[in-house]
Design a protein around this ligand. Structure first.
Ligand code: AP5
Ligand code: MG
Length: 218
């Protein structure tokens, strides 16, 4: 099964994708995570993407579709994929169709996380992750069980994203409204969109997504 998690910055795409990885053995393909890794490694793509990401704007369609295609090439055909943060434009949506068709894959579900944008700024500015394993946390909504210790790997170092400040978040949201939200009708026309209340508690969102996927499985 191949699915897209669609929603604005802070909607919970990464949080829910990582649960699907743990619970269903699917693979998460987050273009944001892949680009951040490229920036850290100072690859040619990373060098191009760094300033664009820090401004909260979109990296070029060619770059992101290229990295998605490459990531799929290294994967067994039966492995289910969660697209997190991709596609984000009409051009990327069309590229994904070709990328999947070329590899004999189909797109089974688009899950839209429906959220209140004003609450998202609070979510994003409170976000931090474990520097060792990447587990996500939040200052208010998901703290570590033991102070300064990752629940998952026991690591003691945490980090925050450079684009997680209020000004950049507003730009990222504007980009979402202008370029990403308009791709929904492509998938609505195929009857594969399900809307989930992304403002609900994290565990409730997980259950809602699971119910949809089980229905789609049947
Ligand atoms: P990307 O990394 O994809 O960022 P984003 O879309 O802005 O989304 P986020 O990762 O900020 O939010 P999320 O939905 O994953 O939320 P999370 O689960 O962490 O992209 C970053 C940049 O890379 C882009 O701006 C662009 O420059 C570039 N880029 C990436 N892909 C691209 C593409 N395809 N094309 C062009 N450019 C691209 O949750 C947020 C916080 O809220 C966490 O702290 C979490 O604990 C908490 N939380 C989650 N769910 C809940 C809940 N239900 N209740 C309470 N708190 C919650
Ligand atoms: Mg994310």
């Amino acid at each position: 099964m191949n699915i897209i998690l669609l929603g604005p910055p802070g909607a919970g795409k990464g949080t829910q994708a990582s649960r699907l990885v743990d619970n269903r053995g699917m693979v998460q393909l987050s273009t944001g995570d892949m680009l951040r890794a490229a920036v850290k490694a100072q690859t040619p793509i990373g060098l191009k993407a760094k300033a664009v990401m820090e401004a909260g704007e979109l990296v070029s369609d060619e770059i992101v579709s290229g990295i998605i295609g490459e990531a799929l090439d290294g994967m067994a055909a039966e492995t289910g994929v969660i697209f997190d943060g991709y596609p984000r434009t009409q051009a990327q949506a069309h590229s994904l169709d070709t990328i999947l068709a070329d590899r004999g894959r189909t797109l089974d579900h688009v899950i839209e996380l429906d959220v209140d944008e004003d609450a998202l700024v609070e979510r994003i500015t409170g976000r931090f992750t474990c520097a060792s394993c990447g587990e996500g946390y939040h200052d208010m909504f998901k703290t570590t069980k033991v102070a300064d210790t990752c629940d998952k790997c026991g690591g003691h170092e945490f980090k925050r994203r450079p684009d997680d400040n209020e000004e950049t978040v507003r730009t990222r949201m504007a980009e979402y409204r202008a370029k990403t939200a308009p791709i929904l009708p492509i998938y609505e026309a195929r009857n594969i969109v399900s809307r989930v209340d992304g403002m609900a508690d994290m565990d409730e969102v997980t259950v809602a997504i699971s119910t949809i996927l089980d229905g789609a499985d049947a």
